[in-house]
Ligand binder design. Structure first.
Ligand SMILES: Cc1cc2nc3c(=O)[nH]c(=O)nc-3n(C[C@H](O)[C@H](O)[C@H](O)COP(=O)(O)OP(=O)(O)OC[C@H]3O[C@@H](n4cnc5c(N)ncnc54)[C@H](O)[C@@H]3O)c2cc1C
Length: 554
């Protein structure tokens, strides 16, 4: 039997799998002061802020089970394997037929099987609450982030697909089924379906109005021709695609396999070699006479697909909160078991300050996602319209800082792959980029605040629930109210200040939620609330042109 790193239990004194090798501790090499592996821990019951969602006993039981599984060594190992053995593209079969399939490590399928089995990809559209599903997504995303991409896209596709009631009726059962059924086959013959989306083209991802993929009406459907520069999880069964019909940009449902069993043209040209999110495949694809079925009105594609995008934006907040929590749990665990200069690292006054800030930031992100998920259940559209993009801007940006700092708490060990922190770190910028990059999202906050007074009113009403509870929060809310009232007079200034406004808004909302649900943590969070922003681009000031001249034109 071959001795390989992942078959041998290296913590044992002897390899437990083979008799050929003799792993013994070396007499010169005693391992001391090494914190133990994070023990199995229930990620639901150990996360007090989640309880602010007010779960029913049945909901709590379901999340308890998922939280326990999310905290096991087995789940962590799936996460490691899915990322250590990234997906591989198979463009052709052995006979030369084009197949355009992607092969994944079995661990990827295990992760998806659990996620689908718990309904993280869809159930609240037919049964159950969105806040329960969001909490489940948060718990399971702490194990591994990449597989969350198709889970999130499938969750988000239904509100948009319902713009085509016939198509929704056809595919809804498959999309909400809790059976994970991988492989490319006609969708209606499968016991479970996953969905993706393809909007971004080479010439512009933020400005999808520049899309050039064409859609020509055919017999009851459209034929699509063009390219998509990013299309993640290309082994999904169905995709929502933006393409230009004669009457304008429209949204289409594109199945990978047609009902007669033929492959719909969907050529995967390459998989991206990405910074992180390595378990997930992100492809460049070409459509060439590809069958697409109109979703929503022709020419109304952007508005239709935005119903999907607004849900994936919420999931960016949930996923980032999960990344923060996973990193902070590791940091605190390490500090509790590591000794420095003769005493526990957790007792070092300066380290305590760092860890306390990490815990508070992570708690704020958790409180935000729980509140925002509840807006879907309670149909609080006006509040969500403003608060979701603001939270996406702030929580996703903050995750990079939080994860980097948590990583440093483990010292050099945190920089080493085996700690799991590098994977969290590489993942951390992504939620800020996709589904609307930072600036685009911040400008969307300004747009909502300027054009939708009901959203501003809903936000201020929410913040009023904690008025008078804390002086720093009152002051921050008062500044926010003035900023909101001043919008619309100078569009240039509004754009320059968009990041500042978004961050301010999200921090006020998070502060208010902490006052309500975690008063012990609120004081620390609120103490920094009126400080200038930490995010780049959130302090519009003089000297912008001079500063830019520091880098010569190239
Ligand atoms: C791993 C990964 C997977 C992805 N998967 C998918 C997928 O499955 N489907 C899909 O359709 N797309 C996908 N994307 C694409 C993603 O949504 C886009 O990259 C993103 O929307 C940004 O578009 P862009 O890359 O073209 O950048 P650009 O649009 O060129 O933007 C570049 C920068 O300019 C900023 N900017 C843009 N407009 C303005 C403005 N008016 N004012 C100020 N700043 C501005 C942006 O914030 C950004 O920082 C994926 C991306 C990644 C990284």
């Amino acid at each position: 039997m071959t001795h390989t790193a992942w078959r041998c239990d290296l913590s044992a004194t002897r390899c437990v799998f083979c008799s050929l090798c003799t792993l013994r501790p070396m007499s010169t090499h005693e391992v001391e002061n090494a914190p133990p592996r994070l023990p199995d821990v229930n990620r639901f019951t150990t996360d007090a802020l989640l309880m602010t969602a007010g779960f029913e006993p049945g909901e709590a039981q379901q999340l308890d089970q998922l939280g326990a599984q999310a905290g096991t060594a087995q789940a962590a190992e799936w996460g490691r394997l899915a990322n250590s053995y990234p997906p591989e593209l198979r463009t052709h079969d052995r006979f030369g037929h084009r197949i355009d399939e992607v092969e994944f490590h079995p661990a990827w399928h295990e992760l998806l099987r659990v996620a689908v089995g718990h309904g993280l990809h869809a159930t609240p559209w037919t049964r159950g609450r969105h806040v329960v599903r969001a909490t489940g997504f948060y718990l399971w995303s702490q194990v591994e982030a990449g597989h969350g991409c198709p889970i999130s896209m499938t969750y988000s596709v239904l509100p948009a697909l319902r713009h085509a009631p016939d198509l929704a009726a056809e595919f809804e059962a498959g999309l909400t089924s809790t059976t994970y059924d991988p492989g490319l086959r006609p969708p209606l013959t499968k016991s479970g379906l996953l969905a993706g989306m393809a909007m971004t083209e080479k010439q512009g991802g933020s400005d999808v109005r520049s899309n050039t993929t064409r859609a020509v009406p055919a017999d009851g459907h459209y034929l699509l021709t063009g390219h998509k520069w990013f299309c993640s999880a290309p082994m999904c069964d169905l995709f929502l695609v933006l393409a230009r019909a004669p009457a304008g940009l429209s949204c289409f449902l594109v199945p990978r396999v047609l009902s007669n069993g033929a492959r719909n043209p969907f050529a995967i040209q390459r998989l991206k070699d990405k910074l992180g999110n390595r378990s997930n495949a992100s492809a460049e694809i070409e459509f060439d006479g590809t069958h697409g079925y109109l979703v929503g009105d022709v020419g109304d594609g952007l508005r239709t697909i935005l119903d999907m995008v607004s849900m994936t934006r919420l999931d960016c907040v949930v996923g980032s909160a999960a990344g923060q929590r996973a990193a902070v749990v590791q940091a605190v665990h390490h500090a509790r078991h590591r000794r420095v200069f003769g005493s526990g690292l957790i007792d070092a006054p300066l380290m305590r300050e760092v860890l306390a800030d990490l815990c508070v930031e992570s708690a704020a992100a958790t409180a935000l996602f729980v509140r925002l998920a509840r807006t879907v259940d309670d149909d609080e559209r006006a509040l969500a319209r403003l608060a979701v993009p603001a939270a996406k801007f702030w929580v996703c940006k903050r995750t990079v800082t939080v994860v980097a700092e948590a990583l440093e708490c483990l010292g050099g060990n945190g920089y080493v792959e085996e700690s799991g922190l590098p994977r969290l770190y590489r993942e951390s910028p992504l939620n800020s980029i996709w589904e609307g990059s930072g600036n685009v999202i911040a400008l969307d906050v300004v747009r909502a605040a300027t054009r939708e007074p009901a959203s501003v009113a809903a936000l201020l009403a929410e913040l009023a629930t904690t008025a008078g509870a804390d002086r720093a929060l009152d002051e921050a809310v008062s500044q926010l109210t003035s900023q909101l009232a001043g919008l619309g007079q100078d569009p240039g200034a509004d754009q320059r200040g968009a990041r500042q406004l978004s961050e301010w808004l999200a921090r006020c909302l998070a502060g208010s939620l902490l006052v309500r649900h975690a008063p012990g943590l609120a004081g620390r969070f609120l103490a920094g609330l009126t400080e200038p922003s930490a995010a780049l681009g959130a302090r519009p000031g003089p000297g912008t042109d001079i500063a830019l001249r520091a880098i010569p034109e190239t």
